[in-house]
Design a protein around this ligand. Structure first.
Ligand code: FDP
Length: 350
């Protein structure tokens, strides 16, 4: 139920007041810059949300590159989301460099604007193949403190940091309601957008995820392309193969990472996008997708792995690097690591 429906509006906790309280409690010496950066992202989320809610009207208003009834050029939603994030983050003096899943190169601060101490990496609209069919999509973000010295332009190495050093990460889910979920390393907190007052309200404080979940989420059409050990893991989840430490699970796969991750975070489960013969390094992007969700999951008591190593410990070599990804309940992900550590031999029971 929406917080505003059960709590008097005068008593609800907005995302702004929550961030300030968290900062006062955990980092009284902080300058407030990270808090402001989170507000900037919250504002971008509201703008993207208002356009996502109009997406069904795109055919009426015209498709990408076409001219709408007002004579304006209609932008594709993912391009719009990317531009909105840039506009919200580039000119505030808080960032030294941005990186977007939609841009080949890092995005510098425009000339004449101050550079700050943070880099923000983001996927402006993840699950974009779902936009046209009215299925939930999301925005994912990851924030690091710069490692290059001084206050000049940011450098590539400011972006290429392991997930462990993130100072904050989060996502916005444009679903049946819009939610912003984030962590600055003090737990994971979820806010639901109340369109009647235009605010994100605290609805899910201190989210935790169970060590063993009831769902598994994977694109099973890739089954023939997986390593024999991944096939075995999925058979255990389905219940067609039995292992002492694994009870069968229920399958749920939307094919929209933020939505799949969010459901499993709240209800308990494991999401997997392993390597396969078509995508030998996996499909998902380490910096824009895996690392921020791994950070949130660990903060909620879960775990994320590339199959043998914690996602948060991976040292990125490239901006758009991909990684196999297993994320969810701690024991569920450890089970994957254990089975992947075994020799790749056919199981006679399978
Ligand atoms: P999409 O291709 O629709 O943009 O990383 C992108 C992503 O969606 C994720 O959101 C989603 O989890 C995954 O790819 C789905 O991939 P498959 O279609 O291969 O299952």
């Amino acid at each position: 139920m929406r917080a505003s429906l059960s709590i008097p509006l005068s008593r609800v906790v907005t995302i702004e007041s929550f961030i300030i309280d968290q900062e006062k409690k955990h980092a009284p010496e902080a300058t407030g810059e990270l808090s402001n950066l989170l507000y900037d992202i919250g504002l971008a989320a509201k703008i993207i949300n208002s356009h996502v809610r109009m997406a069904g009207l795109a055919d009426i208003l015209g498709s990408a590159g076409a001219v709408n009834v007002q004579g304006e050029v209609v932008q594709k939603l993912d391009e719009f989301a990317n531009d909105t994030m840039k506009h919200a983050l580039l000119r505030t003096g808080r960032a030294c460099l941005l990186a977007s899943e939609e841009d080949e190169e890092p995005i510098p601060i425009p000339p004449g604007y101050r550079t700050g101490k943070y880099t923000i990496l983001y996927d402006p609209l993840d699950g974009s193949s779902n936009i046209d069919v009215n299925v939930s999509i999301g925005t994912i973000f990851s924030i690091h403190r710069r490692v290059s010295e001084g206050n000049g332009p940011g450098e590539l190495r400011d972006c290429l940091q392991p997930g462990r050093t993130q100072v904050a990460a989060g996502y916005v889910l444009y679903g049946s309601s819009t939610m912003l979920v984030y962590s600055t390393g003090q737990g994971v907190h979820g806010f639901t957008f109340d369109p009647t007052i235009g605010e994100f309200l605290l609805s899910h404080p201190n989210i935790t995820t169970p060590p063993v979940g009831k769902y598994y989420s994977i694109n099973e059409s890739n089954f023939p392309r997986w390593d024999i050990r991944v096939q075995k893991i999925v058979r255990c989840w389905k219940g067609t193969l039995t292992e002492p430490n694994m009870k069968p699970k229920n399958s749920r796969y939307i094919g929209s990472l933020v939505a799949d991750f969010h459901r499993n975070l709240l209800a308990g489960g494991i999401f997997a996008y392993p390597a396969d013969t078509k995508s030998p390094n996996g499909k998902l992007r380490l910096l824009y997708e895996c690392a921020p969700l791994a950070f949130l999951c660990e903060q909620a008591g879960g775990y994320a792995s590339d199959g043998s190593r914690p996602i948060l410990d991976l040292e990125p070599a490239e901006l758009h690097q991909r990684s196999p990804f297993f994320v969810g309940g701690r024991d569920d992900v450890r089970f994957v690591e254990e089975l992947l550590a075994q020799p790749a031999v056919a199981d006679r029971r399978a």
